[in-house]
Write a protein that binds this ligand. Sequence first.
Ligand code: COA
Length: 172
Amino acid sequence: MLTIRKAELSDVPTLFEMINYYAEQRIMLPWSLVDLYEKVWEFTVAEDDGKVLACAALKFYSAELAEVRSLCVTPGITNRGLGRALTERLLDEAERYGLKTVFALTLVPQFFDKLGFREIPRERFPTKVWRDCLACPKYFQCDEKAMVLDLDARRASRNEAALEFAGTATKA
Ligand SMILES: CC(C)(COP(=O)(O)OP(=O)(O)OC[C@H]1O[C@@H](n2cnc3c(N)ncnc32)[C@H](O)[C@@H]1OP(=O)(O)O)[C@@H](O)C(=O)NCCC(=O)NCCS
């Protein structure tokens, strides 16, 4: 059965392998084991029958802003909804923390577009957001897009959908 849960220390070796598989292809930024142990609490994982199949992390920048980062699904099982399920869980987490905006820097803007993110100019983010970029081998030839999601709008559209559903249920 598929479970989405916060990562635990015992997941670190799997996260290390999954993320660095894509980092070697220059699709994602690499993580060291030391950093993963330090920041494992940022991560959420998708697990099926005891096997971690996908991961993603929510990194806070301020009381209002966070980033979805290090999102990846085990090769061979992409396009089955795991990326969406994990990202939605991180957005729920961001809402619980009272954040206003979540962003992602990505080579797959089409995926984030499907989840309600919109592209914005990278320059709109505060400088500290770019600290990780300094460690990126593609710093001088960055091909990532900045995608952003407004959590108030997400809440509003959920409430609207709930009201519509209640209206339909009452009529039925
Ligand atoms: C990108 C990634 C996380 C998406 O996860 P996934 O589980 O394959 O995606 P999902 O099945 O949840 O797809 C959700 C929607 O996005 C779309 N989508 C997924 N990957 C896409 C892509 N590469 N290009 C365009 N659309 C994509 C799906 O078609 C689906 O659309 P639908 O709701 O209309 O059916 C996954 O493919 C992956 O791990 N890729 C390699 C690592 C990577 O690029 N990570 C992103 C770093 S920011």
